[in-house]
Design a protein around this ligand. Structure first.
Ligand SMILES: [Zn+2]
Length: 306
């Protein structure tokens, strides 16, 4: 069945790939990861991947008639740092909102998706199908899986978690209702989980942050601070690079998303990678990467709340 996958998160403005910000926070995250022991309720095996640095040395000899030159090229690749959940329950008494974007059966009901809702600035569709990889792995499923792992991580830390949807076999809710659910819960912080449908030659993750519009005025500054935590943690723990095409230095300010326009709690939206890029897609569809993404978000939430 042909599915019309129009992804509302897509942002097509190309940007340079800079990695100059977030270094101070990055050091903090790595320090946290090194200091804490992993006790992850999701899956012990998925988080037990060892940090390792692999160095490959290639020597190529160029022999000319009268001279001999040896060129040595060294390539270093580093796997993501071992990250762990904090011991104890540092999030006891805290409420965390999680919005896994889209829903698994959205594609079955275009009439439902086409309902017009107010997004804080203008009217827009109730929801969209989300994107998918070229092999048909849906963003809705990715978002849901990460949300489930993140819920387990946060509950292990003592948080009360409020989700906007509890299955991947339904439709909606509409984007304005998603915001309202987390507002009504009076979440101390909230995260919208997505993956992008960007250009096939573009890689990486981006953090989408609110622009003051009235309803969200009181939480823009705190959301930006939370976004810095998310960016640093996600880059350090998941191994996913900053987006090569979305935002600047991995950050994109957006005034067209209901989840950010209508929020009254600190919130950002993360595009965890580009499902239309083959390298990103291979990562995003792996259980290990989904669990690393959850752990990175849990670490950022913990950093922000304590
Ligand atoms: Zn999405």
């Amino acid at each position: 069945m042909k599915i019309d996958l129009v992804h509302f998160c897509r942002f097509s403005v190309a940007n340079g790939h800079h990695r100059s910000i977030g270094r101070q926070r990055l050091v903090g995250v790595i320090g946290l990861g090194a200091a804490l022991i992993l006790l992850n309720s999701c899956s012990s095996s998925a988080h037990a991947q060892s940090a390792a640095t692999t160095t490959t040395t290639t020597m190529t000899a160029h022999v000319a008639a009268t001279t001999t030159t040896t060129t040595t090229t060294t390539t270093t690749t580093t796997t993501p740092a071992v990250a762990t959940l904090p011991a104890g329950q540092p999030l006891a008494g805290k409420v965390v909102g999680i919005d896994p974007g889209h829903n698994g059966l959205n594609y079955t009901n275009p009439g439902f998706l086409d309902q017009q809702v107010f997004n804080g600035r203008t009217m827009e569709n109730c929801d969209t199908t989300g994107t998918q990889t070229d092999s048909g792995y849906t963003e809705a499923l990715f978002n849901f899986n990460v949300a489930q792992y993140l819920t387990s991580d946060l509950e292990a830390e003592g948080a009360h978690v409020v989700l906007t949807r509890s299955t991947n076999s339904g439709e909606g809710p509409c984007v304005d209702q998603r915001a309202q659910i987390l507002n009504s819960a009076k979440a101390n912080v909230a995260i919208d989980i997505h993956a992008d449908g960007g250009p096939s030659d573009g890689r990486g993750f981006a953090v989408l942050e609110p622009v003051a519009d009235g309803p969200n005025d009181a939480v823009v500054t705190s959301s930006v601070a939370f976004g810095s935590d998310v960016l640093a943690s996600f880059e350090a723990i998941t191994g996913m690079p900053l987006s090569t095409y979305d935002g600047t230095n991995g950050i994109s300010f957006r005034n067209d998303l209901a989840g950010l326009n209508l929020t009254t709690v600190p919130k950002v939206l993360i595009e965890c990678g580009n499902m239309k890029n083959s390298t990103d897609a291979a990562l995003l569809t792996s259980t290990a990467q989904q669990q690393r993404a959850a752990l990175a978000l849990a670490s950022a939430i913990t950093d922000f709340l304590r």
